[in-house]
Design a protein around this ligand. Structure first.
Ligand code: AVJ
Ligand code: FE
Length: 445
């Protein structure tokens, strides 16, 4: 029950629980790293690990501390240092040294103080800043989902850390075995699909999810499954990393300049291949989803005589009810909330499963594995929907990336929290970024 008097609005309990849960997710990740390795840089294009320990707290502080509770900064220098991550376009890589960063105990001290201050005020259950219920809910959802996104981006960052620098948790999902995957394509008839969220809804969405709009999608056929390691291996063995014609021009420049000759998640071992898992290296799981960059997915598509789906095609294959009208499902499988029998998501595993592991998760058209088990690259550059308005309290969240240099990804990975499996959620990365838990499926038109 919300108690509203004198412009004071209670902080809903469920949001406090979700914030606590999200904090546990990011805490767990930092605890996987051996304490002598927190100043490592696991991915050349990203900050050192220590930055993220400060960042997830500084973000909440910068968002809520003054705006909601009228609090004054106790460490403006750290508030700025840890405010934003980096995503260099055009090849410039960071070259800071470990000694450029504050000591571990200072960063942990800053983080702890933020939680203590924010929690003290959140628990008082009123916001003195005169925010209405909707604004307060929106800000808390931003804090929660921002942190959960980092729980995913940190997982794939730590994935690249050498195995001897991290400690595996004792629990893990047991290996799923399935019938061998038999790739096939499914015809999707021409018809409408709605993208985005309606403003009138009370549900939370990020700025880039607005406005809702319906598009008519011409008929196409789409792979029932994501492309597997087995299929991608065939592409690789056909000499494709040496065939300039298959690659987009900038993709070819990228693989030749960086000597890219296979997916970053693969490792050669004699004349066979290993999959570099989060905590161990295993023989390449042939029926699992391959993880690759957008450029590699494009090259595979050209080799196979197919293409990547547009965002609208992907959306229609996933959410249309299949009966010709504009109505759609909340999730590919229907309207039931996500659970562990419907896909590999919501932190249920660290690595991908065979692409045919979750038939109960199929869409109305029978398309499988759409949510979880690896984001899916689309051919759609990340751009605003008509009616886009940046959040006034975080203007750059999406708008900084509307540069034609990022592509929309849909679906989700094993490390995507259930709340971000909503149909309107849009993810994006640069086309040569190999480190995301992302694969693809193809279409023919
Ligand atoms: C939406 C995942 C592309 O990690 O760059 C985190 C999310 N933005 N902090 C990213 C984000 C600011 C963003 N992605
Ligand atoms: Fe961030």
């Amino acid at each position: 029950m919300l108690v509203a008097q004198n412009h004071e609005v209670a902080v809903p309990q469920d949001l406090l629980l979700r914030l606590a849960d999200a904090r546990q997710r990011t805490d767990e990740l930092f605890h996987l790293v051996k304490s002598d390795s927190l100043y490592e840089r696991a991915i050349p294009e990203r900050h050192r690990i220590i930055f993220y320990i400060g960042h997830v707290e500084a973000f909440d502080w910068n968002l809520l501390g003054n705006r909601v509770f009228g609090l004054k900064s106790f460490h403006p220098e750290f508030d700025r240092l840890f405010a934003f991550g980096i995503d260099p376009v055009g090849g410039g890589l960071p070259d800071d040294k470990p000694a450029d960063w504050p000591a571990q105990d200072q960063v942990y001290g800053y983080a702890a103080k933020i939680r203590q201050l924010l929690d003290g005020h959140l628990r008082k259950e009123t916001s003195p800043a005169g925010l209405d219920e909707f604004s307060l809910n929106t800000l808390l959802n931003v804090a929660i989902e921002h942190r959960l996104m980092h729980a995913e981006t940190l997982a794939y960052m730590l994935h690249q850390l050498p195995l001897d620098r991290k400690m595996a948790p004792s629990t893990g999902r047991s290996v799923i075995t399935t019938e061998p995957v038999r790739p096939r394509m499914i015809e999707i008839p021409a018809g409408p699909i709605t993208l985005g969220l309606e403003r009138s809804r009370t549900a939370f969405g990020w700025d880039n999810e607005y406005d809702a709009h319906t598009v008519d999608v011409p008929a196409f056929a789409i792979d029932q499954y994501k492309v597997t390691n087995r299929q991608y291996l065939e592409f690789l063995q056909a000499g494709s990393y040496q065939s300039k014609d298959l690659w987009p021009a900038d993709g070819w420049n990228w693989i030749t300049a960086n000597n890219v000759s296979h997916p970053i998640f693969w490792k050669r071992s004699g004349d066979s291949w290993l999959y570099r898992g989060m905590f161990d290296e295993v023989p390449l799981p042939l029926d699992a989803s391959v993880y690759v960059s957008h450029a590699e997915a494009k090259a595979y598509g050209r080799w196979a005589g197919k293409d990547l789906p547009t965002e609208a095609e992907w959306q229609r294959a996933a959410y249309a009810t299949g009966d010709g009208n504009a109505s759609q499902r909340a999730y590919p499988w229907g309207n039931a909330a996500p659970n562990e029998r419907l896909g590999n998501f919501d932190f249920s595993a660290w690595d991908p499963t065979p692409v045919n592991s979750f038939p109960d998760g199929n869409s109305a058209f029978g398309v499988a594995d759409l949510l979880g088990n690896g984001w899916e690259w689309t051919s759609t550059p990340f751009a605003p929907f008509a009616g886009f308005e940046p959040f006034p309290f975080y203007r750059g969240y999406s708008a900084d990336f509307f540069d034609g240099k990022h592509f929309v990804m849909k679906g989700g990975s094993a490390r995507t929290a259930a709340c971000m499996l909503r149909s309107s959620f849009r993810n994006w990365f640069q086309p040569h970024y190999q480190y995301v838990y992302a694969g693809f499926r193809c279409v023919s038109r």
